[in-house]
Write a protein that binds this ligand. Structure first.
Ligand code: C5P
Length: 401
């Protein structure tokens, strides 16, 4: 199920008899390619052991809010940010009441409060509890806040009653989760993305390069492929695996990257330049390893590399062209100027002077600039940001080309 590939699903389990089914759901989510982290309430741990969920999810299970060891690993705010979607299955009447009231009195309710990710609940309770007037008021309040309810289903209950209140089966929950992810936003579109640094050779063993990790470009390639696009990722040397369903072309120098870009960008719909291309390269590349001489200094003359994205933006049949502007000061002004100078349709500005975002880190915070709009996106993981960027890019594309 492509829609769930690499999705980060936070599965909350509360204390109901249906908790045993969440083990199967975890297994199915993993099989569908999702990354699953499980959070259990103390009552849930009475029904099913955390060890089972740890083994099935392949990740430590989170149990307590005030656990210094867990906080030192992935703290609750990090966990809240990590999630692409939170599903609580089973969700008891008590849990729903606490979420409806906006309480944060355990780890799971705190995560629901602290996360911007969509929240989905799979209610499971006795039919009389479901019909209870206060439960129904809670349901209305939750739905009014955009919280989705999957189920409950009708049928025989563990307590012997028959009626509405059974948790949906794991297959139905898996499908309901997959349906939350829009994956045809870029159906039929071809996207070329550059990523990572370039290496400009000095001699056979030395080069000039930079610290770009390639993470933003790779996250964009993954998000675009998930959205149904045909993606070509032109990557400089990085330590990352090619995302699923992405055609990757590995290159070294800016010249290699330019050649690959010209070769592929001709009939693409979108070109995204996320690479940190070296501005200059040594004028001469020594065929033999340079020897240390007696001199106290040496000079390497550098000449300018071609601007890849500006070259693509100047093509007669230019794709929708998107560049990045990593700046340390006066970020928006430089980005606006760069967009116009390079004839880009969109530029994504980020302030690389702020620690923890941008260059070589896992998070980013950007402003998206077009000829008509400037949209600031809050700090989040590069993977989540990539999905948001794809959502902002899609409406700019013509339906046919
Ligand atoms: O000019 P500057 O390097 O700040 O511009 C950044 C944007 O231009 C990025 O999108 C980057 O991928 C692209 N670029 C390029 N070729 C270059 C230099 C930058 O495609 N030689």
């Amino acid at each position: 199920m492509l829609r769930l590939t690499n999705r980060q699903i936070l599965l909350g389990i509360t204390g109901g008899i249906a908790a045993y089914k969440s083990a199967e759901l975890t297994r199915m989510l993993k099989k569908a390619g999702a990354d699953v982290r499980v959070v259990m309430t103390p009552a849930a741990a009475e029904f099913i052991t955390p060890l089972t969920l740890q083994a099935l999810s392949g990740n430590p299970v989170h149990l307590q809010l005030l656990d210094p060891e867990a906080e030192a690993g992935m703290g609750h705010i990090e966990l809240a940010r990590w999630a692409d979607l939170i599903l609580v299955a089973p969700a008891t009447a008590d849990f729903m009441a606490r979420v409806a009231a906006g309480m944060g009195n355990d780890l799971l309710t705190t995560l629901c409060l602290a996360s911007d990710a969509p929240l989905c609940l799979a209610p499971a309770m006795n039919q009389a509890m479901w019909r209870d007037q206060q439960t129904q008021l809670n349901v209305q309040a939750l739905q009014a806040r955009g919280i989705q309810l999957f189920g409950p289903a009708s049928g025989e209950q563990a307590c012997g009653d028959t009626g509405i209140g059974r948790m949906l089966e794991p297959e139905a929950l898996l499908q309901a989760i997959a349906n939350q992810f829009d994956y045809d936003l870029l159906n039929g579109k071809r996207i070329v993305i550059t990523a990572g640094p370039t290496r400009e050779a000095i001699d056979p063993v030395r080069f000039i390069s930079n610290h770009s990790s390639g993470k933003m470009g790779y996250a964009l390639a993954e998000a675009a492929a998930d959205a149904g696009a045909e993606v070509i990722l032109i990557s400089g040397p990085v330590n990352l695996h090619a995302p699923a369903h992405v055609k990757r072309i590995m290159v070294e120098s800016a010249q290699d990257m330019l050649d690959a870009a010209l070769h592929t960008a001709d009939n693409c719909d979108v070109f995204i330049g996320a690479a940190a291309v070296a501005d200059y390269r040594p004028e001469f590349v020594s065929t033999n390893k340079l020897k240390k001489g007696k001199e106290e200094s040496m000079e390497i003359r550098l000449i300018k590399n071609a601007d890849i994205i500006a070259t693509i933006a100047a093509l007669p049949n230019k794709p929708f062209t998107i560049g990045f502007a990593a700046e340390t000061n006066d970020v928006l002004n430089y980005a606006r100027e760069k967009r116009l100078r390079k004839q880009l349709d969109m530029i994504i500005a980020n302030d690389v002077s702020i620690a923890g975002i941008g260059f070589n880190s896992d998070e980013n915070q950007v402003t998206l600039i077009t000829s008509t709009d400037e949209i600031s996106l809050p700090q989040t993981s590069k993977r989540q940001l990539a999905r948001q960027l794809i959502e902002h890019i899609a409406p700019h594309l013509p339906t046919t080309r």
